[in-house]
Design a protein around this ligand. Structure first.
Ligand code: AMP
Ligand code: MG
Length: 458
């Protein structure tokens, strides 16, 4: 049955589940958590002010209002290296040893003494043994001698240079080295990747595959990570049906909880899926109160556009401090941001594309900040030639869904289907946002536009 998450049933329970605010709910029973939830948003924090009346807030101003008011949530735990994937280092990781641990060969060839080589004539050396990766040559390389060496094998005592085998000529126990070799060539120095005692990874780094490998290369089995961020989320709207329910007249299936589930899972958050909450003041209030007790962050979708916002604004003012913003962006104009108890609240718009745009443009970096990621990863925007044309009013930022491709003239970006804010297929078919700034009044094919790719490698 669809809908069970974190000990909560996700649909139709809203009234029953939230009828008694304050009743204990086993929200996090599926995970072990060291320590209490530290308030991520101390109640003394000065909240950003309401934007009043018809004022529109720019995307840039909204981002800095959000990011400036957040600091990392407290708490950390020791975890085994594999469990660090996607999480954030609480402490610096220092190298306990040099990496590589010893001078070693970057090539298959011969370990030699540079002093034995000549700058203008071939040198003849006697081969006295072999050094393999994992099997060092036990002796030393004396004057007039060479050791056959393989990539990764420690440089034998006495040798300082490796001549690649393609450059050398071997005859029985002698090897002939042509002139022109450089002292120290093809040798990887001990500590050249990481010197013992140096910071290999700084606190605040989110661990991906490369970081796991780096930690493993230091022989470290356990690392200290910040605890995972707890995020409660629900959809609001009387029209929403959950998967598994028949679709009655006028209803639509709730998709926002699934896009949010995907985006939040990728960030490595602990999720509390609270299902669908109807447009009912008592049910909404109970949901907000429960969520604020259980989570660091509450994310909702729907119910923040003009008519709805009036309806929940009074309630929010009672429960915490929440600003309702009209952002000068498309899609995703309405958004609520604030605090309820110790939890940060993001009230996203209802339209499915608007949810994703506001999540990626505003919420994701806020969550990374709360997770302790520092510095935040760069936005990764690139200038690309437009393969489409469109008009646009000045005064707002537009986030179009695009596809990066190559045409005869090189890389370009085209639109990924219909651009309505309810057309989720445009997100699915896109691989980037095309970001048109406030002062842009239109795009001609061939103009250079700014794109933000959805996926990075690491
Ligand atoms: P609202 O912001 O609540 O006025 O919703 C704006 C539009 O988004 C309406 O067409 C809603 O039906 C739609 N919508 C709201 N929430 C969801 C959801 N969870 N899944 C799909 N569509 C939604
Ligand atoms: Mg609604």
């Amino acid at each position: 049955m669809e809908g069970k998450r974190g000990g909560l049933t996700s649909h139709r329970p809203a009234r029953r589940r939230y009828a008694r605010p304050g009743a204990p709910i086993p929200l996090w029973e599926n995970e072990g958590h060291p320590g209490p939830i530290g308030p991520s948003f101390p109640e003394s924090t000065q909240m950003p002010q309401f934007s009043s009346g018809d004022d529109f807030l720019s995307a840039a101003a909204a981002r800095s209002l959000i990011l400036d008011s957040l600091s990392p949530a407290g708490g950390w735990e020791r975890v085994a290296i594999r469990a660090a994937l996607g999480r954030v280092l609480a402490h610096d990781v220092r190298a306990p040893c040099d990496v590589p641990a010893h001078d070693n060969s970057a090539m298959d060839g011969y370990a030699v003494r540079a002093a034995d080589l000549s700058s203008d004539a071939e040198a003849t050396l006697a081969v006295t043994g072999t050094a393999l990766a994992g099997h060092p040559f036990p002796g030393a390389v004396g004057t007039g001698e060479a050791v056959r060496i393989m990539t990764g094998a420690p440089i034998p005592q006495g040798a300082d240079t490796v001549v690649m085998q393609e450059a050398a000529r071997r005859e029985q126990e002698d090897v002939f080295i042509p002139p022109g070799q450089k002292k120290g060539q093809n040798v990887r120095r001990a500590g050249e990747d990481l010197a013992a005692g140096s910071i290999a990874l700084a606190a605040g780094r989110r661990c991906g595959p490369a970081e796991l490998g780096l930690i493993a290369s230091l022989g470290i089995a356990e690392v200290t990570m910040r605890r995972r961020l707890r995020v409660a989320f629900f959809s609001t709207g009387d029209e929403l049906a959950s998967i598994g329910q028949p679709l009655a007249a006028g209803k639509i299936y709730d998709s926002n909880r699934y896009t949010l589930f995907g985006a939040l899972s990728r960030l490595g958050c602990e999720l509390l899926d609270m299902g669908v909450v109807p447009d009912d003041p008592a049910a909404l209030e109970a949901a907000f109160v429960d969520a604020s007790r259980a989570a660091d962050v509450i994310i909702t979708s729907g119910g923040v556009s003009v008519g709805d916002a009036d309806f929940i604004r009074d309630m929010m003012a009672r429960l915490g401090e929440v600003s309702f913003w009209k952002l000068a962006i498309k899609p995703g104009r309405p958004m609520a941001f604030g605090r309820i108890g110790g939890a940060v609240l993001f009230g996203l718009p209802g339209n499915p594309v608007a949810v994703m745009v506001s999540f990626y443009q505003f919420v994701q970096d806020a969550l990374l900040t709360l997770m302790g990621v520092a510095p935040l990863p760069p936005a990764g925007r690139f200038a690309v030639r437009a393969g489409f044309a469109m008009r646009k009013p000045a005064g707002r930022v537009e986030y179009l869904r695009g596809r990066l491709q190559h045409d005869g003239a090189g890389p370009c970006v085209t639109l990924a289907g219909a651009q309505g804010s309810g057309v989720l297929r445009s997100m699915s078919e896109a691989d980037c946002f095309i970001i048109l700034p406030e002062d842009c009044t239109g795009v001609q094919a061939g103009d250079i536009v700014s794109v933000q790719p959805f996926n990075g490698l690491a």
